[in-house]
Structures are given as structure tokens and as C-alpha cells.
Design a protein around this ligand. Sequence first.
Ligand SMILES: [Zn+2]
Length: 174
Amino acid sequence: MSAMVWGGRKPHGLKTIPGGAHLPFWRADGVIITALLHAGPVEFLYYWLHRALHHHFLYSRYHSHHHSSIVTEPITSVIHPFAEHIAYFLLFAIPLYTTLVLRTASIVSFSGYIAYIDFMNNMGHCNFEIIPKWLFTIFPPIKYLMYTPSYVSLSFDLPDSVSLIVISLAFVYY
Ligand SMILES: [Zn+2]
């Protein structure tokens, strides 16, 4: 059937990842797996990758390019040297490909995850605090679900300091 859809040519991905074809609109198990994989391994790896990038050796040769934006804008979130983009791509592919292999992926889990990552990344770098502090007071668990522009701003004010660990998983210490 896919051969008809794709005009007689079968995309390579359909051969190697059967779950990549005919995604259901929604699967609750896949959404939960995506969230858990992000909160666990992806955040863990991202945290240590970012810490490594702030080691003097990598920072001076590489990651300083990202932090050279003194006043950040949403687009700052994706200003990185090439290899960093590849690293992030591989990192955020973990939940997507895992759910494909497990055949629990859905259109909502894919589009929702990508939208969540991009929105949080852009929002975090917008240099304007839009998240009211009282939100964390009345609903403390939200600190596990998001970070705020203030945290990203702090890391850009003090790019060489250990305070950079506030990015990624460290925002749980809010
Ligand atoms: Zn950094």
C-alpha cells in the first residue's frame, strides 16, 4: 500500500523502521515512554554533555560560540557549531526512535515532543521572564517539567562558572 502512496517508490525509512509507516494519531503508552525517556536518559546525557562543553578545553574551542550572544533571543537557542547540532539531534532522537522500534510511536508523540523541545528551547532563550514565580509555589512539581528564561539568562551572564549546571536537569533545584 505504501508503494501506491509514495508513487511507486518506497522510501528507505519504511524498509528499515517498519514502525515509521502508518503512525496512529495517538497512543498513550508511546507518549508516556517518550516523556520518561526524555526525563531520564535524555536529560541525564544532555546535562553531562553540556557540562563537558563547559569544560575549558571544549568551551574555548567550541561551545563559547553559543554563549557569545550576550543578549539572547529565541534563535540563540539553535546557534551552535555543526557537531553540537548533530549531538543534539542524536540525543533528542532517542525517544523518537525508541518508540518507533517499540511500535508505540504516534503522530501526537512525535509532533508533541518536537514542539515541546523547540518551544522550551526558544522560550528559555527569549531573555524575558514570562513564567510567574508563584506558579512554582502553588505547583512545585512543574519544576520537573520546564525551565525558565531566568535560568538560561543566568548561564549567559556567567558562562564560565559552575552555575551553568542550572541548565538541563539542574533546574530541579529551583
Ligand atoms: Zn552552555
